[in-house]
Ligand binder design. Sequence first.
Ligand code: BUP
Length: 472
Amino acid sequence: MGSATPLHVVVFPYMAQGHTLPMLDLSKLLARRGIKVTIITTPANFPGIHSKVSKNPEISISVIPFPRVEGPLEGVENTVDLPSEDLRAPFIEVIKKLKEPFEEILRGMFEAGCPPIGVISDFFLGWTLDSCNSFGIPRIVTYGMSALSQAILIISGFHTPYILASLPEDPVQFPELPTPFQVTRADFLHLKHDPRGSLMSSIIQEFTEADLKSWGLLVNSFEDIEREHIAALESLYSTEAKAWCVGPLLLCNQIKEKEEDTNEPQAGNQTSDPCIEWLNKQIGYETVLYISFGSEAHVSDEQLDEIALGLEMAMHPFIWVVKSRNWVAPEGWEERVKERGLIVRGWVEQCRILAHPKTGGFLSHCGWNSVLEGLSMGVPLLAWPMAAEQPFNAKIVADWLGAGIRILELSECSETIGSEIICDKIKELMEGEKGRKARARAQEVKRMARQAMKKGGSSDRNLNELIESLAR
Ligand code: BUP
């Protein structure tokens, strides 16, 4: 690490917010260790990435043109929004065409005398393994998931018929994964939506094979909450591959313990944030419920209506990020809740909201980043998993850590969840005994998370060890 030519690492995120944002934090952590980082992305994603890393001279961005697309995916190259669920698999197929330009970039690095010591690339870019092998560079795969979800995704591929033959409430047990809590068939939402033989299931199979042959894994989690899962994950690899647990990466941004309770703009940050201004005006501490289902979940209009009514009945102040462009709130609702509810139809600074002292609960779809962000700020979750691996994240939060409660006991729910249930669960989280316990546990997890990321903490040491191993 002390050599004249800095070590060089390539970071190649998948083009979804939940996958890219942690990779930018990782890049900053590498840059702080004097490592040159090249982030690979496509033109539409360049501005967003540039705005977040441009203050770091060690980080550069290489842009590769998006392949020409026709048909239903036409125009996808011009937007950072991912295509809808049904076009996800064709999108992942299309971006396989980035392989050739990616290899040209790698070749250029060798010719310029700064070859990378490793490529950290997303699971959905499984083909990068082949590129890395042809240049003799180690590939480190990253999923943007908890270690538990990563392990289950791999293992469930070995046991799909057994899972699909079970009833929703049936416990599912794998010999490879001794979980300390019960997983049921209903938790396997990714199998429900991606039946065997679908393009998505064949993509997952192909990329899992690449994953299992990769040099190592990078996990955005920390040992105190996932030690058993990390061991199980590593045991799935026939090689000596190690899972480097280096999170929660978001804590690299040194978010203040809690935002100051003031309307003054933050030092060095002159842009006012309407959510923070609104939070500053709220009375009492930890009273506000923050609601967001991430950047990708689709929530039906009917379900949005029930959430709106549930929020109204629960009588707690709230900030609700509504992604649907077309949803119209029930008649008179906005007027009735305007004194205590802020509805945002766009992007918010989620970490700042969660870090605010007025925020006391998070109704979340349990995307792994949201889970880490809530817990790192000591905010308990009302877990409402909606798709993919989110049920397993909800298990970690509610059943394993006790830092949240679940909206429903079973993860699979084909019906709309009614406003009464939503109201009751909000009350349970914000004012009930279970919520009080979950808040205390979330505070403990927050302390553990910060400890892990501090100098000498487990995640800090693991990142150092990863770099040392790559540099050898
Ligand atoms: Br929406 C929204 N602001 O308004 P997850 C999201 N985020 O900062 P998902 C905002 O996006 P994937 C907003 O803080 C988190 O870092 C949020 O990631 C941020 O869920 C990220 O929680 C969302 O993992 O992502 O969107 O389902 O499926 O890609 O994991």
